[in-house]
Design a binder for this molecule. Structure first.
Ligand SMILES: Nc1ncnc2c1ncn2[C@@H]1O[C@H](COP(=O)(O)OP(=O)(O)OP(=O)(O)O)[C@@H](O)[C@H]1O
Length: 258
């Protein structure tokens, strides 16, 4: 079997000081190269806190990792300096947020922002690559997108641009934190289909953070179910959905719209 690219072991996070309030408890999971993995649970279960701790993106100084490790190719992300994490963030591990405007600058063209994501190759070659990624993300006329500003695009278009932006540096892992929650249901499916296809083509692993078991069923290979700061069940998505072991997982499955 493949070695995992990410091994999260017993990670616990607390907020505040006197006294600190622990919000996640010994969270452990592994992600293998190229797989589509979901962390699923209700709002407040600790999914974002867990995923943001991996990249040093927890709010400071209030949040603190109080135990555990998160090894990316054997190197513990939780022990890295800000400078070391900057070398990994956006390059080897990219993030897609719920709100595309967290990643995009409203006053610059899409072209200048996408070019910035691949600084090491000549602009002409970089543009060719960007055009082909945009086409693959479903933009029939990449030039129109490139010369536009974020405010001229719909939510679904912006999220597909963020997928392109995340993938062009050829990361090994994308953390997608509720990437489609702000979108209409039909657009959600289109955006996730683009993410899944493009990640598969480039053999990039995806950690999908979601509260929606329907998306887990449709798009992911393995899942960890999170409840009140703990992982309560992990397995192949198909097995977990067909034969959930925990009452909480059954509740999430019952909420899938038929
Ligand atoms: N900045 C903060 N200060 C204090 N507590 C926080 C902070 N951010 C999150 N928490 C607490 O940590 C717990 C986990 O929150 P988290 O955002 O990880 O949940 P989530 O499962 O991602 O939910 P959502 O989908 O709503 O983001 C919650 O109890 C939340 O109240």
């Amino acid at each position: 079997m493949n070695e995992p690219i990410l091994s999260v072991e017993n990670v616990s996070v607390a907020f505040g000081v006197s006294p600190p309030k622990q919000v996640t408890f010994d969270v452990s999971f592994e992600i293998f190269p190229g797989e589509f993995f979901a962390l699923v649970g209700e709002s407040g279960s600790g999914k974002s806190v867990t995923s943001m701790s991996l990249l040093g993106l927890l709010p400071r100084p209030s949040a603190k990792v109080i135990s555990g490790s998160a090894k990316f190719h054997g190197m513990d992300l939780l022990k890295m300096s800000t400078k070391e994490l900057q070398q990994i963030r956006g390059k080897k591990i990219a993030v897609i947020f719920q709100e595309p405007m967290q990643a995009l600058d409203p006053v610059r063209t899409i072209k200048s922002q996408l070019l910035e994501a691949i600084p090491k190759i000549p602009p002409k070659e970089a543009l060719e690559k960007i055009r082909s990624f945009l086409k693959s993300a479903g933009f029939a006329d990449p030039e129109r997108v490139l010369n536009g500003y974020p405010c001229e695009m719909s939510g679904g278009m912006l999220q597909r641009i963020c997928i392109v932006m995340a993938l062009i540096p050829e990361p090994e892992l994308i953390i997608a934190d509720e990437p489609t929650t702000a979108l209409d249901v039909t657009v959600q499916a289109a955006v996730l289909a683009v993410l899944k296809r493009m990640a598969q083509e480039s053999k990039t692993a995806v950690l999908l953070i979601t509260h929606n078991m329907g998306l887990v069923a449709q798009y992911t290979e393995r899942v960890a179910v999170m409840h009140l700061g703990r992982i309560v069940e992990t397995g192949k998505s198909r097995d977990v959905i067909l034969q959930p072991q925990e009452a909480y997982t059954q509740k999430l499955i019952a909420a899938i719209p038929r």
